[in-house]
Ligand binder design. Structure first.
Ligand SMILES: [Zn+2]
Ligand SMILES: [Zn+2]
Length: 330
């Protein structure tokens, strides 16, 4: 099969991914083989190929927002031909402290799709059948792909931030994840304050119903109950913290930050303000968000690239040339 393969030993001048033929994955008990229809490109994929995240596999097919059809390993829940989605969380051990306490997103022995195992930048992918989600009809293949990480983890960020109905919520950075989270916040009657660089992102936020939109160094005109940061930048976290009321919460939706700058405790954190990180997702987050996305008819803006152009797709995420989501179609 054809796949886009990351080789960590590549020369700096080589593209991130090599498009070439590799063996099709073999089905194993407890797994399904999926014929990939579309695979979203996430900022985490960029962190993997730029090695901001430690390299685990000597050769890897990235991609963890997989939409496809079950072609092998069918089960009663997932008959042959079922359209399924696979996300970042590709498996857990099920018996560590975290798994036994409802926090499988923090599992001690996790499997990450497209990072610790091969993902979906390919014609076929292997996935654990208990980590594949049947996808609601009504969302087409291309548009459902970005929901599978950007959407689910954006939604988890709202939970981690503790957002309640009608609150004032800041979104710092406005890429794929934030543009999906805003639809959920609007349905919860929240006021949404967006701080982001790039005129295109600001326009997009305004068109999706943001109460107020500002540039990178602007401060929202009101104190926020909650803030979620999406940019991989510690400076943005400090900006979010400075926008909170007493008792407010910042949730950091980033697997990697450049650094966390020193900041003034007395004015920024005291007053029971909180900083929390958002790590991975549970299967319940996935099921809940996919249902909400279906009910709200959340429709991401999508730019599609052929598998042959996987490098261009990754660069589009790096350069933030798209204000929506980027998807690879094998
Ligand atoms: Zn576990
Ligand atoms: Zn992701």
């Amino acid at each position: 099969m054809k796949a886009a393969v990351f080789n960590p030993g590549r020369k700096a001048t080589d593209p991130f991914l090599q498009i070439r033929d590799v063996p099709r994955p073999q089905c194993q008990p407890g797994y399904i083989v999926i014929k990939v229809i579309a695979c979203g490109v996430c900022r985490t994929d960029l962190h993997i190929v730029e090695q901001d995240l430690p390299t685990i596999q000597p050769e890897l097919i990235p991609g963890h927002q997989i939409v496809g059809e079950v072609v092998e390993g069918a089960t009663a829940e997932l008959p042959l031909g079922t359209r399924v989605g696979v996300s970042w969380m590709g498996g857990v051990d099920g018996d560590c402290f975290y798994c036994l306490n409802g926090k499988e997103n923090l599992c001690d022995n996790p499997v990450f799709t497209g990072y610790s195992i091969n993902g979906g930048y390919a014609e076929y992918a292997l996935a654990r059948s208990d980590f594949a989600y049947p996808l609601p009809s009504g969302l087409d293949d291309l548009h459902v792909a970005p929901l599978l990480c950007a959407g689910i983890i954006g939604f988890r960020s709202l939970r981690v931030a503790g957002v309640s109905q009608g609150e004032r919520v800041g979104l710092f950075g406005f890429g794929s994840s934030a543009s999906l989270a805003i639809a959920v916040l609007k349905s919860w009657k929240c006021e949404v304050y967006v701080v982001t660089r790039g005129e295109a992102h600001r326009q997009r936020a305004a068109s999706l119903g943001a109460t107020w939109v500002g540039a990178e160094d602007d401060k929202p005109p009101v104190a926020l109950d909650r803030a979620i940061t999406f940019a991989p930048s510690g400076k943005v976290v400090i900006g979010a913290l400075a926008s909170l009321r007493k008792g407010g919460v910042v949730a950091i939706n980033a697997i990697h930050l450049d650094q966390m700058p020193a900041f003034d405790y007395d004015t920024l954190l005291w007053g029971e303000r909180e900083i929390r990180s958002v790590a991975n997702m549970t299967r319940q987050d996935a099921r809940d968000f996919l249902q909400i996305a279906h009910d709200l008819r959340i429709q991401p803006r999508v730019k599609a690239f052929a598998l042959d152009d996987a490098n261009k797709a990754v660069l589009a995420v790096k350069e933030e040339t798209e204000s929506g989501s980027t998807v690879i179609v094998p």
